[in-house]
Design a protein around this ligand. Structure first.
Ligand code: FMN
Length: 343
């Protein structure tokens, strides 16, 4: 059975949903003795199966799949009012970009992200590792995956979540520090996420568990990798540094924004999706963060036309440019070169 400790290079290319990860990016790292996750959030179970099959064609090495835990959507009167108000705030920008925003009554109310079918695909077509984010799978799902020899990883952001994850029987923990790009993995999306770095999380969690620990968030330098491994991490998971890898599917607006150095910092916001996420601190974040309700994924669907049009028009100020605090180290290199700079 696969173990993170057995990797030749304890470097993991992070799952990056929303159009960044793909089988080529993952296998360019697994084929060199690192590890990688396909990101299957927002995809259908049929797309997941196709991606697994494509990846298996490209590699004999083990790889992983990352799954979103379903979101609980409650569309009560208060939520509808909050969404309606946010829609009103977004309308002038939508008009400027010549896009229609969906009516609140037309927003999808299924937050499952096709979870049950995805788990079935993973039981019938087992991969080496399945990691979960935004919460925990049930004990039954954990055990069923383990029965088909899949290692189960939970992504956590504080000690309480780590303890809950251990209690459902996962095999390893991915400790996501506050510097991480993309969505915070926080189980309860309505609370503000933890401010702990992955180094601080290792120090806290290591005292409480013997599970293998993966460190993630803000890692871009070889010295950081060495320090985190010395601290007790079994591997490190890196996202942002691979955003401009030649193999990544990152769209050109996003890629140029990262490489052009036109943004000076990152910020955590709910403005794009309703769930906290870290991205390049653009005008959209600055104008709408204080207005956005904490209603994921309803805000994601509401703001989607704006994000899509801004990408098409190459307007980085108005789309989500998820990135960790280390984004200034991004370079357009092959994934192999990026890996070699870290080992
Ligand atoms: C564009 C982008 C998309 C992401 N999508 C996912 C995802 O689908 N699932 C997940 O568990 N983590 C996701 N993450 C978070 C990464 O797993 C990881 O925690 C983060 O990239 C680490 O911080 P770094 O970006 O500073 O390397 C995403 C990160 C980015 C930058």
């Amino acid at each position: 059975m696969f173990t993170f400790q057995s990797l030749k290079h304890p470097i993991i290319v992070a799952p990056m949903a929303g159009g960044v990860s793909n089988p080529h990016l993952v296998t360019s790292i697994t084929n060199l003795g690192g590890f990688g996750f396909l990101a299957v959030g927002y995809k259908t179970h049929k797309q997941v199966l196709a991606e697994i099959e494509k990846t298996q064609q490209l590699t004999d090495s083990p790889f992983g799949v990352n799954v979103f835990i379903p979101a609980d959507i409650t569309l009560n009167a208060d939520n509808q009012t909050a969404l309606q108000q946010y829609r009103t705030e977004l309308l002038p920008l939508a008009k400027k970009l010549e896009v229609e925003l969906p009516e609140i009554s037309d927003l999808p109310t299924d937050g499952s992200d096709d979870y049950d079918n995805k788990v079935n695909v993973l039981l019938q077509n087992p991969v080496a590792v399945v990691s979960f984010t935004f919460g925990l799978p049930s004990c039954e799902v954990v055990q069923s995956l383990q029965k088909v020899n899949t290692i189960v990883v939970a992504t956590v952001t504080n000690l309480e979540e780590a303890k809950e994850a251990e209690a459902v029987g996962v095999n390893a923990l991915c400790l996501q520090g506050v510097q991480a790009g993309g969505h915070r993995a926080t189980f309860n999306s309505h609370v503000s996420s933890s401010q702990l770095s992955c180094a601080e999380l290792i120090a806290l969690v290591k005292k409480e568990t013997d599970l293998p620990l993966i460190a993630t968030g803000g890692i871009t330098q070889k010295s950081q990798v060495q320090d985190l491994l010395a601290q007790g991490a079994s591997a490190v998971q890196i996202g942002t540094l691979f955003l401009c890898a030649q193999e990544a599917s990152t769209n050109s607006t996003y890629r140029q924004a990262l490489l052009s150095k036109q943004f000076n910092d990152t910020a955590i916001t709910r403005a794009f999706t309703g769930r906290e996420a870290r991205g390049l601190n653009n005008k959209f974040i600055q104008q709408y963060s204080h207005l956005a309700p904490d209603l994921y994924p309803l805000v994601h669907y509401l703001a989607q036309p704006i994000r899509q049009k801004a990408n098409q028009l190459n307007l980085p100020e108005f789309t989500n440019l998820w990135a960790g605090t280390g984004f200034e180290d991004c370079k357009e290199l092959s994934a192999e070169e990026i890996l070699k700079n870290l080992i």
